[in-house]
Design a protein around this ligand. Structure first.
Ligand code: ADP
Ligand code: MG
Length: 139
């Protein structure tokens, strides 16, 4: 696994913009990390890199929000409130996975059993200092 040390939010932005440039239709990005580690913040910068102009906020109550203003459609999930992976089928996750956009899933560990094998995973942990984060990437 590739480990990336992030020193501050500007590093998060750089990482997000760079990743956005590499994403292609059908990619699924799983963000796994505790509350406050920066899953939504990273999503915001990936969205910026995709050219999304809408404001990105956590879709905590709607579970998924769609953004169509960028280079690729962005389907942003926050599955914190789902009980299990089975609930993903109820919200039509399969269709989103196959919709030719990019899916970003916050709290993806909660639904790990229904994620495709080729999902790009980023495990996020707090670093030692304020603002530091460690990203462990499976890609
Ligand atoms: P999560 O979605 O994982 O709960 P958020 O992105 O909502 O986390 O919140 C992360 C908070 O931490 C934001 O207030 C953000 O400004 C702050 N932060 C500090 N350093 C970083 C960093 N390196 N990367 C991302 N967010 C950071
Ligand atoms: Mg969040």
């Amino acid at each position: 696994m590739r480990t990336v040390t992030i020193k501050n939010e500007e590093d998060t932005r750089r990482f997000g913009l760079d990743l956005a440039g590499k994403l292609k239709a059908g990619d699924i990005v799983a963000l796994i990390g505790d509350l406050g580690t920066g899953k939504t913040t990273l999503t915001k910068y990936i969205a910026e890199g995709l050219g999304v102009t809408e404001r990105i906020t956590s879709p905590t109550f709607t579970i998924v929000s769609e953004h169509h203003s960028g280079r690729l459609p962005l389907y942003h999930f926050d599955v914190y409130r789902l009980e299990s992976g089975e609930d993903m089928f109820d919200i039509g996750a399969d269709e989103y996975f196959d919709a030719g956009g990019v899916c970003i899933i916050e709290w993806a560990d909660q639904v790990a059993e229904v994620l495709p094998d080729e999902t790009l995973c980023i495990f996020i942990e707090y670093g030692e200092k304020e603002g530091e984060r460690v990203y462990r990437c499976t890609f």
